[in-house]
Design a protein around this ligand. Structure first.
Ligand SMILES: Cc1cc2nc3c(=O)[nH]c(=O)nc-3n(C[C@H](O)[C@H](O)[C@H](O)COP(=O)(O)OP(=O)(O)OC[C@H]3O[C@@H](n4cnc5c(N)ncnc54)[C@H](O)[C@@H]3O)c2cc1C
Length: 459
């Protein structure tokens, strides 16, 4: 009889694991059933802001593989609109509930992949039931928001609560749709994934397209009329809103796993080993936004919910379940975002992370351009580097610029991943031609400046 693999969660991590396992083991050897409580499999949540803005016109462009493809080409039995409500590790079965009827089902497993993603942080004040309040975690959430934006009377005033990268991307999407947009952030800067000095550039760009930004201002409630949201409540008074988008961050969706007895780490994410196995529980694997991982620079466990990791971790789990060998070593915190035309990249530690990890360091900010200054289309680019003292090892980098900035972070990510010092980096053989870079690439200029700063600090 075929071994049975059950997958909880039908998006990036879950379906990457399922399809990799299938590539290595056929249906007679491994039966695969994937439970997904939403309406879609393998969709790009990352693309939701661009579908909301209209840059990506059709929802279905965000679907990488639908359930029929999984059934027909991969022999994976996808059960949409089925929510897994319990995992019994002793009886080795899961319990699921059909959300469109069909009652409760129980399915036995030999192997389990838990890939239930993350849940948006939703404060108590958001639970009023008022219509017009949305998180954007899944494609179903995105679809609900889009329907609301297209409903009558058409919403004109949006408030985005939370200035993380999702809040910032959503603010841009809403202003592109022609709404007036307020972004309200409790902390002292939006885009907290970069240091405050770099975030100022982002704030300026957002204000430049008309987004009102209010920082240091917690939202404490909602006002509503006839069941529709009309405003968010703050200490500075109500801010009118026909639509409210919550971008307050996420936490690992691990409650079901925890109830089943799977071990959680200090971040609240499920613990795994490098092969994405849950330690101490045979035949159980976890991947994606529900797990915690190792930060390779700080050495600390972290929860970094990004699609790039979810896909890789799911792939690693699937290869191992399929009988191969693969590992996920950890992350260095590389991420890129487009904000109102501005490109933002970051990798490694911010100043506050480096301090918290106990490093001695220097940090430098270098101003440059994406192309030779005389070449048409040359725009400013700001590179920040954080280097350990006295050795000069790169600990972190951030780039903000109008063009060709975001993917330059990859050069710095590779340097950081490989433990390079800023001294080594000054000699990197990077490409140069006037349409692509100044003769000294912004990365090299910043590395030279960091070497000078180390010398100035007596290393
Ligand atoms: C608006 C937005 C923009 C983003 N942009 C980027 C980006 O630019 N770059 C990047 O790297 N990452 C980005 N991300 C993050 C990325 O989308 C996630 O990291 C990735 O989707 C995580 O994949 P996952 O499979 O772990 O979880 P998810 O994609 O959340 O999938 C988990 C699935 O499990 C299902 N599920 C949960 N519980 C159950 C249950 N009990 N039973 C059945 N099904 C269940 C859910 O319905 C969901 O479909 C973005 C996310 C959002 C929301």
């Amino acid at each position: 009889m075929a071994e049975r693999l059950i997958v909880v969660g039908g998006d990036a991590a879950g379906m990457a694991a399922a399809s990799q396992a299938r590539r290595r083991r056929d249906r007679d050897d491994l039966a695969i059933v994937a439970f997904e409580r939403g309406h879609f499999t393998s969709y790009s949540a990352c693309g939701i802001p661009y579908w909301i803005s209209g840059v990506v016109p059709e929802r279905d462009q965000l679907l990488a593989r639908d359930p029929a493809t999984f059934r027909e080409e991969f022999d994976i039995d996808v059960r949409l609109r089925h929510e897994v409500t319990g995992i019994d590790l002793e009886r080795r079965e899961i319990v699921a509930r059909g959300l469109d009827g069909g009652g409760e089902v129980r399915e036995a497993f030999d192997t389990l992949v838990y890939a239930a993603g993350a849940v948006p942080l939703t404060p108590a004040w958001a639970h009023t039931g008022a219509r017009g309040v949305f998180g954007v975690q899944t494609l179903d959430d995105g679809a609900a928001l889009r329907d609301w934006l297209e409903s009558e009377p058409a919403p004109r005033r949006a408030v985005v609560v939370g200035g993380g990268y999702i809040g910032v991307e959503m603010a841009e999407a809403l202003i592109q749709r022609g709404l007036s947009v307020n972004l309200v952030e409790r902390g002292d800067q939006p885009m907290s994934t970069v240091d405050g000095d770099m975030a100022e550039l982002v704030t300026d760009a957002m204000r430049g397209v008309g987004i009102q930004i209010r920082t240091g201002l917690p939202v404490t409630g909602l006002e509503e009329r006839d069941g529709r949201v009309t405003a968010v409540v703050t200490a500075e008074g109500p801010i009118p809103a026909d639509v409210v988008v919550l971008g307050l961050g996420v936490r690992p969706n691990a409650s079901l796993a925890e109830a089943a007895g799977l071990p959680l780490g200090p971040t609240g994410g499920i613990r795994t080993d490098r092969r994405m196995r849950v330690p101490g529980v045979s035949g159980v694997w976890a991947a994606g936004d529900c797990v915690e991982t190792l930060h390779l620079v700080s050495g600390m466990p972290v929860h970094v919910p990004l699609g790039t990791h979810a896909n890789k971790q799911g792939r690693v789990a699937g290869i191992n379940i399929g009988g191969g060998y693969a590992t996920f070593p950890g992350v260095i915190g590389t991420a890129v975002t487009k904000v109102c035309g501005l490109e933002v990249g970051r990798t490694g530690l911010r100043e506050r992370d480096a301090r918290a990890a106990g490093f001695e360091f220097v940090s430098v900010v270098a101003e440059s351009t994406n192309r030779a200054g005389y070449y048409p289309g040359a725009r400013s680019m700001t590179v920040k580097l954080i280097a350990e003292r006295p050795c000069g090892r790169l600990l972190g980098a951030q780039i903000v610029g109008w063009s060709e900035a975001a993917k330059r972070i990859d050069t710095l990510a590779v340097a950081l991943w490989n433990g390079m010092t800023v001294d080594d980096m000054t000699a990197l053989d990077l490409g140069y031609a006037p349409p692509y870079a100044p003769v000294w690439d912004p990365v090299l200029i910043a590395a030279r400046k960091a070497v000078d700063a180390l010398a100035g600090a007596g290393r």
